[in-house]
Design a protein around this ligand. Structure first.
Ligand code: BTN
Length: 235
């Protein structure tokens, strides 16, 4: 395993991207940092994480199975995080489509995957993960939670990272089987919940995802699919 530890960087995703552009790095190279000064979240948001308290890291996936799609990678990573939390830490978590990991309905981790294509084939992916570990207070983020909040324990960040990477390495060997567990861990699967789209607030039952990664909802006996930007969860 090639793990690079940095005291500070802007964003581990950007750092890994730049280093990979400059020299060929091995598959599964991971950069993690004590302090991320310009952490990136989904859709242009910022990822703010207290210095030294949490895991902020990025993994290079360059040896990808042929024809794997961005959503299959997303499923593999999401399922791996949830299964790792369950097996290693006895924490129950759910995947809030498309990129959040929740526990007790609060956000424990976020995922930001940046894909690169060579023609129509995915050539590599930079998988960025922010996992709230030892931080106790999240000012202005009422829906955030950490492992410490959930368990009362303090965790060793490097130990957690290595244990997660081991599980990911294993899961990559049978990525399609792992990804099949996605619906089992999907937040609100087969349950009705509120959403907001450009048409307003409505109730829908979560029925899964399609191949492209759109969310399938049953709304008044009709199956509708929604892309990431078309939908906001209200929970
Ligand atoms: C989100 O929930 O919006 C996604 C958050 C992803 C945060 C991680 S922290 C490590 C990696 N580097 C970044 O700049 N972002 C991701």
């Amino acid at each position: 395993m090639n793990i690079v530890k940095l005291h500070a960087t802007t964003s581990t995703n950007d750092e890994l991207k730049t280093r990979f552009r400059e020299s060929k790095l091995p598959h599964l190279t991971t950069i993690y940092t004590i302090e991320q000064t310009q952490g990136k979240g989904q859709q242009g948001a910022k990822w703010i994480s207290e210095k030294g308290k949490n895991l902020t890291f990025s993994i290079l996936l360059s040896d990808l199975p042929l024809k794997i799609t961005p959503f299959q990678i997303n499923k593999l990573i999401s399922v791996t995080i949830v299964e790792w939390l369950k097996i290693q830490l006895q924490i129950q978590a759910r995947i809030k489509w498309p990129n959040d990991i929740l526990s007790v309905q609060h956000k424990l981790a976020g995922i930001l995957i940046e894909n690169s294509f060579s023609g129509s084939q995915l050539s590599h992916a930079i998988v960025g993960i922010g996992l709230n570990v030892n931080q106790e207070v999240f000012d202005g983020l009422p829906k955030a939670i950490s492992l410490r909040n959930l368990t009362g324990r303090e965790f060793d960040l490097e130990e957690l990272l290595i244990s997660f990477l081991n599980m990911l390495e294993n899961n990559l060997r049978n990525s399609s089987e792992v990804a099949q567990n996605y619906n089992n861990y999907l937040f609100k699967f087969n349950q009705s919940t509120s959403f907001q789209s450009k048409k307003g607030i409505f109730e829908g039952v979560v029925k899964g995802t399609d191949e492209e990664g759109k969310l399938i909802l049953e709304v008044q006996n009709e199956r509708l699919t929604f892309a990431l930007k078309e939908l906001k969860w209200i929970y």
